[in-house]
Design a binder for this molecule. Structure first.
Ligand SMILES: Nc1ncnc2c1ncn2[C@@H]1O[C@H](COP(=O)(O)OP(=O)(O)OP(=O)(O)O)[C@@H](O)[C@H]1O
Length: 533
């Protein structure tokens, strides 16, 4: 297919815009919708470059927005930002030609050679250089939106560059083609808000996931904090779960303790107070309380930071080449990857204790443990639940597949005793897999003599069904939001639900009118009787 002329920075050397000028040497990485190659640019003395071939059919951004974005990015210039040499299309792929960073990404380094994370002085150098890039970007009014170690690249001399602006967006351009904007009366950059969901789930700030509230530059600071944890532990929090599940759990703000515990296995690792404090400030749930990139640079953690030579000695020396590392990961993945989305949770089917199945209403950064810690539903609710249990109540557990939900007979509205918030029953269903419904009695709570209260259980199941319907609706909305197709069946179910609601409203209206009519009739007959008398 014909190669199109694309943007190329005027100031830079003109790299050829046809694929024939590049000799592919090796595959060095894969992303969600791209393959990265090491290549030689033949007409330019076979200069080694990296070519990222983005599959435009799979990419969430359309070609226009990628073009606009790469044009904007080519105007940026900073020693810690990786600018592309040029880009052009080859069939249904966009080729982005960029400088080859021989060390590859920090993600590829830790996953191959530092599975438990890097040392603190090394992390400080990497993060400081990344912050330099972020501070510059933010000053120019740009969000990166995908800060993670996979997008931090290192060269043979230890220099660090932030890459991958595939999902980055400018907060000065009201329409980047990347998504919607929440209106703002002020043109101030810090107040501008983006509203679409972008980035990679594990690193996403809460406000990006709950995108209806809008988010801004501080979303990058959250991801920066998660990246710090990733570099320290070797993996970001919740990474033992497939991304979709981690995203869903953040949306519903619900985790199971057993899920959490699996990721929390490095308690003995020690980190400095300054590091913990710096990361903690980035992971504040309130974006306005997170420091700016510029302010972070002044944090004591970065005060006696070493230089790039330190990284050469302590990270790069003895490291296999980026292509060898990539080959290795491919072999490991072929022999059974732990990140497999279809991986079964071994605990989900086993009879785990109720404590393990306790719901978690959110997560907070724990400075001491240097991790995200689970937050349980408020104490008053827990106590209420405990006292209800001791009150000779029959507590039923409704089990869906591997999930157990404790149902309290005395609960006001037959809701679930472990709901974190009012009306949260719908949220609880996020992880419930449709399947065998089993009603069992809690062994520790059969004070009521093991009665089987059919009414309570049926009431609970009706609520459960309603919340499942709501959940289905939410999932459909999410699929649509991510550009996926909602099946015909789902569309019909949605239509039926809508019609049901309309019917219900009409019934309610009719009932009210009938009551009014009855009332009027009574009034008229009363008035008639009194005139009669
Ligand atoms: N310019 C480059 N020089 C050297 N290696 C690179 C370069 N760009 C990317 N890589 C390697 O290729 C890998 C994949 O990069 P890519 O940007 O496609 O994926 P990612 O950022 O890890 O994932 P995602 O698609 O989710 O953003 C990186 O982890 C890195 O090791």
């Amino acid at each position: 297919m014909a190669h199109e002329q694309e943007e190329c920075s005027k100031k830079k050397i003109q790299y050829p815009l046809d694929s024939n000028s590049y000799k592919i040497l090796d595959e060095i990485g894969v992303g969600v919708s791209a393959i990265v190659y090491k290549a030689a640019c033949v007409p330019m003395n076979s200069t080694v470059v990296a070519v990222k071939a983005i599959d435009l059919d799979q990419s969430r951004a359309d070609l226009d927005s990628i073009r606009r974005e790469s044009k904007t990015m080519s105007l940026l210039s900073h020693p810690n930002i990786l600018n592309a040499h040029c880009s052009f299309t080859v069939d249904c792929r966009l080729w982005v030609v960029m400088p080859f960073m021989s060390g590859g990404s920090l993600q590829s380094i830790i996953s191959s050679s530092f599975p438990d994370g890097l040392s603190e002085p090394c992390i400080a150098v990497v993060l400081k250089e990344t912050l330099n890039a972020l501070s510059y970007l933010h000053k120019q009014g740009h969000l990166h939106r995908d800060i993670k170690s996979g997008n931090i690249l290192i060269d043979s001399n230890g220099s660090i560059k932030l890459a991958d602006f595939g999902v980055s967006a400018s907060i000065y351009e009201p329409n980047t083609g990347q998504g919607g904007w929440a209106s703002s009366s002020s043109s101030s950059a810090s107040r501008m808000m983006l509203t679409d969901v972008a980035g990679t789930p594990y690193w996403m700030a809460p406000e990006v996931i709950h995108s209806h509230t809008g988010y801004s530059l501080k979303a990058d600071i959250w991801s920066f904090g998660i990246t710090a944890l990733e570099l320290a532990h070797g993996r970001p929090p919740l990474s033992h779960l497939p991304p979709s599940k981690s995203l869903l759990m953040k949306i519903t703000k619900r985790l199971r303790l057993s899920d959490y515990e699996k990721s929390h296995n490095q308690k003995d690792k020690k980190f400095s107070k300054a590091f913990k404090d710096m990361v903690g400030s980035c992971l504040d749930h309130d974006p306005s309380k997170r420091p700016s990139a510029e302010k972070l640079l002044k944090h004591s953690f970065f005060r006696n930071c070493k230089g790039s030579d330190f990284l050469v000695k302590n990270v790069l020396s003895g490291l296999p080449t980026v292509e060898d590392r990539f080959r290795e990961t491919r072999i490991v993945n072929k022999n059974g990857s732990v990140d497999d989305e279809t991986e079964e949770d071994p605990e989900s089917d086993s009879a785990t204790t109720i404590v393990k199945q306790r719901r978690i209403s959110g997560w907070n950064f724990n400075e001491d443990g240097f991790e995200l810690d689970p937050v349980f539903p408020t104490e008053s609710r827990e106590k209420q639940s405990e006292s209800d249990n001791s009150d000779d109540n029959v507590v039923k557990q409704v089990r869906f597949g591997g999930e157990t939900i404790i149902q309290d007979q005395k609960s006001d509205n037959s809701s679930y005793s472990n709901s974190g918030s009012p009306g949260a029953a719908g949220d609880d269903q996020a992880e419930i897999e449709a399947g065998n419904i089993e009603i069992i009695e809690s062994e520790s709570n059969v004070g009521g003599g093991g009665d089987f209260d059919r009414e309570t259980v049926v009431g609970g199941l009706v609520i459960l069904r309603r919340s499942l319907d709501e959940q289905r609706q939410q999932v459909c909305d999410m699929i649509a939001m991510f550009g996926g197709e909602v099946t015909r069946e789902d569309q019909l179910v949605q239509l039926i639900e809508k019609l049901k609601m309309e019917l219900e409203n009409e019934r309610k209206k009719n009932f009210e009118l009938e009551m009014e009519l009855e009332f009027l009739k009574l009034q008229i007959s009363g008035a008639y009787n009194s005139t009669d008398n």
